[in-house]
Design a protein around this ligand. Sequence first.
Ligand SMILES: *Cc1c(COP(=O)(O)O)cnc(C)c1O
Length: 477
Amino acid sequence: MRYLSTRGGAVVGNSLNADFTDILLGGLAADGGLAMPEHIPTVDSETLNGWRSLSYASLAFEVLQRFATDIPLHTLQSLIDRSYTAESFGSPAIAPLATLEPGLHLLKLSEGPTLAFKDMAMQLLGNLFEWVLAERGQVLNILGATSGDTGSAAEYAMRGKQGVRVVMLSPVGRMSPFQTAQMFSLLDDNIVNVAVDGVFDTCQDLVKAVSNDAPFKARWSIGTVNSINWARVVAQVVYYVHGWLRATDALDAPGPVSFAVPSGNFGNVLAGHLARRMGVPIARLVVATNENDVLDEFFRTGRYAPRSAVRTWQTSSPSMDISKASNFERFVFDLFEGDGAKVAELWQTLDKTGQFDLGGTAAFARAATEFGFVSGRSSHAERLATIRSAFTRYGVAVDPHTADGLNIAERWREAGVPMVVLETAQPAKFAQTMVEALGVEPARPTAHVGIENRAQRFVRMPADLTQLKALIVQRCG
Ligand SMILES: *Cc1c(COP(=O)(O)O)cnc(C)c1O
């Protein structure tokens, strides 16, 4: 399988196409676009139904081997087997499907080590990275900024891995005590937590400043694991296939299923779109946003207008507080049937004017008619009301992000089509909002009880580029 850039230019170096392992460690394509496969592999319904008896890991192997064609099959199999274990994900099901009422299900994607769905892709990414670095005799120093979920998922995936080090910046005092403890209690030598005086944007600006120093970046092998990483997207395709299989296991004639997806950077729902294009019978893909409704605006009107930092609200579903949806370009590439020149032109308009508008075009119409996309936006009050009603009606506590998904899902249910809401985090991670909604502290999985009392290790630092670079030189040599 070859990969191209969404902007039609070079994907890696000067080359117009590349293999899976060539793009595995990279971020943006060389021309500023994102890597996409030159075609989407399809599976027929007989093959799909034949996967019902497979374990999650074996299903992942079936999906991934179609995208990662340059990894030897036995290697791929063993990397996957090591990633999706009952030990890491709490049960052999890995991502259990819970039925709330007939036709309405919750796909539990947050059973991994950091209690958020990012573990589903990141655990595999850790093993893929370790393998490809050893193959190529390289090392990688991952530099990142986090406000919570991504940083911890990356650290738990990379801890103890050969050839990989993580330097993760977080704003002092801005994460919840639980999130802080989750990250800072990791004492592995290859994990470096840096608590920066400032806010999340301060951290992100520092990361950008280091990345903009190309010689420094190359000398110290600095890379990232952000949500545009292609392997992360592909790993997420697996749970849509798994979700469809589990939601239709008991049906005589398995038909289409809809998915509701709490969305921010558009990585999760993009994976659903790819699953649909592979041939998984998906009726609707419901994009659920919070008050930061850039994506809802697009799917309602065709206008894509990323927000500035000051117009990006802090909400009670913080992992969806994004100003622009970094994976969205991959979807637009599909709307224009792979026309890279058109995508490049749109992103030029975006850079110049801060927006583009596809309203009324045939390309935009395809989002709903051909690809099944619908959307909705949820407010803080609706989020709390949904947490309460789910608790009363089903006896289930859902986290604030999942509540956004469930709230919007209710608007788009159709008779005879099962709706699967993706659970993207466990309530224990967002205790404050859960207390506000239900009046009681959320239950915590036993492994996480008392983590605030564990020894913590981190480096405290002012927002100073020189000091950050000195730390990198000291720790990444
Ligand atoms: C990252 C995250 C999201 C958003 O996922 P995207 O792939 O960025 O759209 C939603 N919920 C939780 C809990 C997350 O951590």
